[in-house]
Design a protein around this ligand. Structure first.
Ligand SMILES: [Fe+2]
Ligand SMILES: [Fe+2]
Length: 164
């Protein structure tokens, strides 16, 4: 029954990721809209597009596995994304960038974990696709890390949250 367990675990991670992507996409949309025209704004716009692309790809894998998105989680994460997107207008610049970086590092690990289960299931195309998405999430993380590097609040955040 190792196969069944791997399939169940893969579906669960993909359902989480699917909803996570909508939260990220809405949050980034709110965020870039709150910024003045700049290369940074353009990059975050592009990151939003990449999150929609991930969501589409994850949705296809879910369908292929005979599974569907988790409806309640979808509602919750859509709301979280919209609220985060709105708070960008009031919370200032540093916090959204900092937490985005943290979230992205979690996302890449999530896709790598999913790839392990897909490999167990012999789904090589899925493995490749998941690792490609993990790679893109690492690019996102690197971007947000660079954006906040040197900020005066960063040492405090590192001490409180343990992420650098
Ligand atoms: Fe993503
Ligand atoms: Fe991302």
């Amino acid at each position: 029954m190792a196969h069944e367990a791997a399939k169940r675990d893969l579906i669960r991670i993909l359902q989480n990721a699917y909803s996570g992507e909508i939260a990220a996409a809405y949050a980034y949309r709110g965020h870039w809209k709150s910024l003045k025209d700049s290369p940074e704004k353009e990059r975050i716009k592009q990151i939003e597009e990449e999150e929609w692309d991930h969501r589409r790809r994850v949705g296809e894998w879910l369908a292929q596995l005979g599974a569907a998105p988790w409806r309640l989680r979808e509602k919750i994460f859509r709301t979280i994304g919209r609220v985060l997107g709105l708070t960008c207008y009031v919370s200032g610049w540093f916090m959204p960038m900092y937490f985005a970086g943290r979230l992205e590092s979690k996302n890449s690990v999530e896709y790598e974990d999913a790839a392990v289960f897909a490999r167990e299931l012999g789904m090589q195309d899925c493995v490749d696709d998941l690792l490609d998405m993990a790679r893109v999430e690492v690019e996102h993380e690197v971007f947000f890390r660079e954006v906040v590097s040197g900020h005066r609040l960063l040492p405090i955040m590192k001490r409180v949250f343990g992420w650098s």
